[in-house]
Design a protein around this ligand. Structure first.
Ligand code: IVH
Length: 680
């Protein structure tokens, strides 16, 4: 039983929390501590003792940042407002074109005010605060739906647990970038190298990998930072501009991008961009450009969003980074389609803050064209998020000892003879038994975009394959715990986890399955389009290329390879045997083929006022019928659905000329159209 708490103790605890939070803010956000680490630790321990003794823990207590147990998986989180991406500008001229576009769309000749800030190379996170308290943190995911990483994000000390401000909104989604600084990144990789663990390719991957840890104590051990650059849905507070938002964020103790500026006119924007670029090396973290945004939120609303990018912002990407190094070796690696791709192993070189030690050479023609030889000194480029590649050979540095690397005649993985078809650059291993291909296929099948089987990554697939337990996709569904327990990497728990993950993956969507089985040229997008157009897997059996070509988004290449796949009896047998082993495929993506597709396709709806059903239900209804539900009115809104006691959105809709409808009219729009009125 905890001791009974007095008012005095309560106040003491409250004071300690306030003080510790303030000093943590000084340390992690302002980078100007005024308290020694020892003093901080002392107060922290005092607080912890009192909390335990009296069982009284405030929701913003720093002790809540750590100690959450490891999770089994991440829950999915739907973003109230989609998290968009940014269009790119690769030159100052393209930035000027962006400004011209803005002025044209706004119908003005006047100079526009913009903000300029560094583009952090990390991962986007949304922080939801309810009544001032951190309620949830989620990853961007596909922009619409991410993963709940609250416990991990709480371990980042610069993320406020509570909004300390005069104006606290009822609810607010704050967006920012989580990143790792270069020092920490180097340290982490050194430690991993010693431990024989795979290295992170760059700080962004390291930050993303750290946030996506099921065990928050691992995230906690990695020093991560945050920079907040925007908001999503918000209730109970209004901001007029980016600068006003930044000011509020700063007052509320959120870290904002360093060196953020508001300037008027595109010439000043270019100056500010140049300044960021010149100072690129001064940042203690990696940036890959500058983000330029129209400052005024009213104008942002007017400009709206084009596909998944706002028209009011652009990312100016810095010039690529280059480095010089020597090629130590050239090898071929076999992908899941049998294509053998050459890659070079370098003497490690630091480019843009990252150590590069290998890069793809793309294909064998490229090696010949650029005359790349083992021993050559080469210029390597690593541009933004692009994988490193060899730009050129410095021939002046040749000593005569460099060796040409011939196109392999045999597969490096299985030794069988390779083929190179007429007019094709790719060299392929066509052996059905090539272990590299089979393993790559299984890894792809189990990957996150595919059947998402946790625990079936490179290492385990290699092991299970080598022991004869995994020779094809279908073997995944035949795995037995007893067999795994005999293998070195598996213990009771890890074996059970894999069995559970396999079991879970048996309930798959058609689009993920189609992507997973790895039909040549069918990527995630094509798989989704196929799922939208075919009700069930069996409808694709014996499909003709012509039938696929009828689908607007499908080209000849995909059509012929998908048709070839589904006309091969061996493949059909494989699919059927997987279904027999318990695979259950559902297809929520299917849209009735009857005229018009989904009734609300291509339309964007915003809701205001009280609806006869909950807002989520109405939004789900809109989305289930092909529409998009947004939370703010802009020029791209098709309809505002108006309920009782509508809010300010009604006025905004009227001023922008957006049509308004009632809930009943929305239902009619869905019912009237032929096809699938999916009402619920
Ligand atoms: S604003 C509408 N500002 O870049 C999108 N994004 O390429 C608003 N990023 O997903 C994004 N630093 O993760 C913005 N100062 C900054 C940023 C920034 C990094 C990331 C962000 C976004 C990606 C788009």
């Amino acid at each position: 039983m905890p001791d009974k708490i007095s008012e005095d103790i309560k106040q003491k605890i409250e004071r300690l929390v306030k003080e510790l939070n303030y000093h943590s803010y000084r340390y992690y956000v302002l980078d100007s501590p005024v308290m020694s680490d020892e003093e901080y630790d002392k107060l922290y321990r005092q607080l912890k003792e009192l909390e335990e003794k009296y069982d009284y823990i405030l929701p913003d207590s720093p002790t809540l940042r750590i100690g959450a147990p490891a999770a089994e998986k991440f829950e999915k989180v739907k973003h109230t407002e989609p998290m968009l991406s940014l269009g790119n500008a690769f030159s100052h001229d393209e930035v000027k074109e962006f400004d011209k576009r803005i002025k044209k769309l706004l119908g003005t000749g006047d100079e526009v005010e913009y903000t300029v800030e560094p583009k952090y190379d990390g991962l986007a996170i949304e922080l939801t605060y309810k009544d001032g308290l951190l309620f949830r943190a989620s990853t961007r995911g596909d922009g619409y739906e991410g993963e709940d990483v609250t416990q991990n994000i709480k371990t980042i000390k610069s993320v406020p647990m509570k909004i300390e401000a005069e104006r606290v909104p009822g609810e607010i989604d704050i967006r920012g970038e989580v990143y790792m600084d270069l020092d920490e990144f180097e340290k982490l990789n050194k430690k991993r190298e010693k431990a024989g663990e795979p290295l992170f390719a760059n700080p962004r991957n390291a930050a993303a990998g750290s946030v996506r840890q099921l065990d928050p104590s691992i995230t906690s051990a990695r020093k991560l930072y945050l920079a907040c650059y925007g908001i999503g849905a918000v209730k109970g507070i209004e901001f007029r501009s980016q600068s006003e938002l930044a000011k509020w964020l700063q007052e509320s103790r959120f870290p904002i991008p360093e060196k953020m500026k508001a300037v008027k006119g595109i010439d000043r924007v270019i100056d500010a961009v140049k300044e960021v670029e010149e100072k690129r090396g001064d940042f203690s973290f990696e940036i890959d450009g500058a983000v330029i945004k129209v400052n005024d939120f009213g104008l942002q609303q007017k400009l709206g969003v084009k596909t998944r990018e706002p028209r009011w912002a652009v990312a100016y990407k810095f010039q690529a980074h280059h480095g010089t190094t020597r090629i130590k070796e050239i090898h071929g690696s076999v992908g899941r389609t049998g294509v053998i791709t050459p890659f070079a192993v370098f003497e490690p070189v630091r480019i843009g803050g990252v150590t590069v030690s290998r890069s793809t050479l793309h294909n064998w023609d490229e090696i010949e064209r650029k005359d790349i030889r083992v021993g050559d000194t080469v210029v390597v480029e690593r541009a933004g998020d692009v994988i490193p590649h060899v730009i050129m050979v410095i021939k002046e540095k040749r000593t005569g000892k460099e060796k040409k690397f011939p196109i392999p005649e045999r597969c490096p993985a299985c030794g069988s003879k390779v083929v190179r078809e007429e007019g094709e650059v790719a060299v392929r291993c066509v052996s059905l038994h090539c272990p590299a291909q089979v393993q790559e296929k299984i890894i792809h099948f189990a990957s996150r975009g595919g059947m998402d089987i946790e625990g079936l990554g490179e290492k385990n697939v290699e092991l299970l394959y080598s022991r004869g337990l995994l020779k094809h996709f279908e073997d995944i569904y035949k795995l037995k715990k007893e067999d795994m327990l005999e293998l070195p990497r598996f213990a009771e728990k890890s074996a059970q986890n894999l069995i559970d993950a396999v079991e879970k993956s048996k309930h798959a969507t058609l689009s993920k399955f189609l992507f997973g089985i790895g039909i040549l040229h069918v990527g995630e997008y094509a798989a989704k389009v196929l799922a939208k157009n075919f009700r069930k897997l069996e409808d694709l059996y014996k499909v003709t290329p012509e039938r696929i070509m009828q689908i607007k988004q499908m080209g000849e290449k995909i059509a012929s390879s998908a048709a070839m796949f589904f006309n091969d009896q061996k493949n059909i047998n494989l699919l059927n045997s997987m279904i027999k082993l318990g695979l259950k495929i559902t297809n929520p993506d299917f849209i009735s083929e009857k005229k018009g597709g989904a009734p609300l396709e291509g339309l964007t709806f915003v809701i205001t006022g009280a609806m006869p059903k909950s807002r989520e239900e109405v939004e789900d209804l809109i989305e289930a019928n092909g529409g998009h539900a947004a939370s703010a009115v802009s020029a791209s809104t098709s309809f505002l659905v108006v309920g009782e006691e509508p809010g300010s959105k009604l006025g905004k809709a009227k001023s922008l000329g957006v049509k308004t409808i009632s809930y009943n009219e929305l239902l009619k729009m869905i019912e009237k159209k032929p096809g699938n009125p999916r009402l619920f």
